[in-house]
Write a protein that binds this ligand. Structure first.
Ligand SMILES: Nc1ncnc2c1ncn2[C@@H]1O[C@H](COP(=O)(O)OP(=O)(O)OP(=O)(O)O)[C@@H](O)[C@H]1O
Length: 450
């Protein structure tokens, strides 16, 4: 943590600093409330250890200003004479803990442990709030598709290291979800996961969003701010659509990755950063390097561990299991009594290309659950594109030599043979495979018996 000690006694400042620095914290000290407030403007602290009596000054007044101007900073009060009224007043003003002087290093450690737990809980609450407001089905990080299984293995094996990770894949394949899942499997899972969306801001705003700025750094920079690199301290910085990172900012990111150092916009003070970087892109970065749109050195630095999230059309094994999980989630979420998908609806799902990938599938199922009138979801409840795919599929797409995957052809062939035969044994005989193989294939493609 970054900690500011505010105490008028030099011996307390010194002894506490030594104990905290030995435990790996970054520490600054201030002798008076005024100096402390200036420090808080210049550096971003997580915690202030504040003396109740700063000579003539009242620590409670300083506490009040800190809580008003820096609401994200926690404050622990020091005092030589902890009276109940003082404690009540400090708690009312927002102090989270009390340390009675003289305190032992162990008491200090215990207090910091409580603050760390509190900070981690606050972050979790924030994450849950966003999750709930997004009505998001839980992330599915299992796959029946061998290519995706290999990618997941690469990502999760590297999760617990500090290595940068590059996630490649089309839009909507779940790159952001996987970045979060990697963070959840890392040693810094209790620390922040902070996303920066590279294309959404102008160069200047993006740079400031990443690294922060000082007042006057550019028109509109009315006060000092801290960027997302700072917000992600100790945790993961997720750079979404890294291909869109302007060339001017790329050397600064490279420096962050190599030297773990950065500067705020408009300031020359180098700052240390301890963040793990995960980046994602739907671009072909190697092509962009060849075209001079992306720095080669940055590409290789980011590309230490990389793998592709395959598009949904290349993993038919995942389609129906994902659709069913989304279905379960949304029927519960909306309190609908729909029982499942009709055979035709499943066929329509299989026949569609899903250019928007898992995002499109999730949205299609959410819509279908809301619209379904009967006991089952029918093709009419699916979006036009998925619905139309089925009618067109039988004559144009699902033909031998058509633009269709082997899996889809095989699935459709097995389905039709099963529909035209009296038993599974007969279907297996027609298909030229044994019953166990037919069983496995039916399971894989989610096909019911004849
Ligand atoms: N594995 C998954 N489990 C559950 N939902 C998923 C999964 N993958 C994707 N989704 C759904 O699709 C949406 C898009 O996923 P995500 O944002 O991770 O994709 P992306 O590849 O980062 O897309 P983009 O490149 O457009 O940012 C998510 O909000 C979620 O609803």
């Amino acid at each position: 943590m970054d900690i500011l000690i505010v105490d008028d006694e030099a011996s307390i400042r010194r002894a506490t600093s030594i104990a905290l620095e030995a435990a790996g914290h970054y520490v600054e000290t201030a002798e008076t409330g005024a100096v402390a407030l200036t420090n808080l403007k210049e550096t971003s602290f997580d915690l202030v250890l504040l003396d109740l009596y700063l000579g003539e000054e009242s620590g409670l007044q300083v506490l009040e200003v800190i809580r008003r101007e820096h609401p994200g900073v926690h404050v622990v009060m020091f005092t030589a004479n902890a009276t109940i009224p003082n404690a009540v007043e400090a708690t009312r003003l927002g102090a989270v803990d009390f340390l009675e002087k003289p305190f032992s290093p162990d008491q200090l450690r215990q207090s910091l442990k409580r603050i760390a737990t509190l900070r981690s809980l606050e972050r979790k609450v924030e994450e849950l709030k966003t999750e709930v407001s997004r009505q998001a089905p839980p992330a599915q990080v299992e796959s029946n598709n061998p290519a995706l299984q290999r990618s997941l293995e690469v990502f999760f094996r590297a999760a617990d290291t500090q290595a940068s990770i590059l996630i490649l894949g089309e839009s909507g394949t779940g790159k952001t979800m996987i970045a979060r899942a990697i963070h959840e499997r890392s040693a810094c899972r209790d620390k922040p996961f902070v996303t920066v969306s590279c294309p959404s801001l102008s160069r200047e705003l993006l740079e400031s969003d990443l690294f922060g700025h000082v007042k006057g750094a550019f028109t509109g920079a009315l006060r000092d701010t801290w960027g997302k690199v700072k917000a992600a301290e100790g945790g993961t910085l997720f750079l979404d659509e890294i291909g869109e990172l302007p060339l001017e900012i790329q050397p600064k990111l490279l420096r962050l990755l190599q030297e773990r150092e950065y500067e705020r916009l408009g300031e020359a003070t180098p700052r240390k950063a301890n963040v793990r970087v995960i980046a994602a892109t739907n671009r072909n970065l190697q092509e962009w390097v060849a075209e001079g749109r992306f720095r080669e050195d940055l590409f290789y630095r980011l590309n230490v561990i990389s793998a592709v999230m395959p598009p949904l059309r290349e993993r038919p094994e995942d389609l129906i299991p994902y659709a069913e999980r989304f279905f379960k989630f949304f029927t519960r979420e909306f309190g609908r009594k729909v029982r499942g998908f009709s055979h035709e609806a499943l066929q329509a799902l299989r026949a569609h290309d899903w250019p928007g990938n898992v995002r499109e599938l999730r949205n299609a199922i959410e819509r279908a659950v809301i619209l379904a009138e009967g006991e089952q979801i029918t093709p009419c409840d699916l979006p036009e594109a998925a619905h139309a795919a089925r009618s067109g599929a039988e004559d144009s797409k699902l033909t031998v030599g058509g633009r269709v995957s082997i899996e889809l052809l095989e699935c459709e062939h097995i389905r039709r043979v099963m529909a035209s035969t009296a038993s599974l044994d007969e279907a297996a005989q027609v298909l030229g495979i044994d019953s166990a193989t037919l069983y496995r294939k039916r399971k894989r493609y989610q096909l019911d018996g004849p």
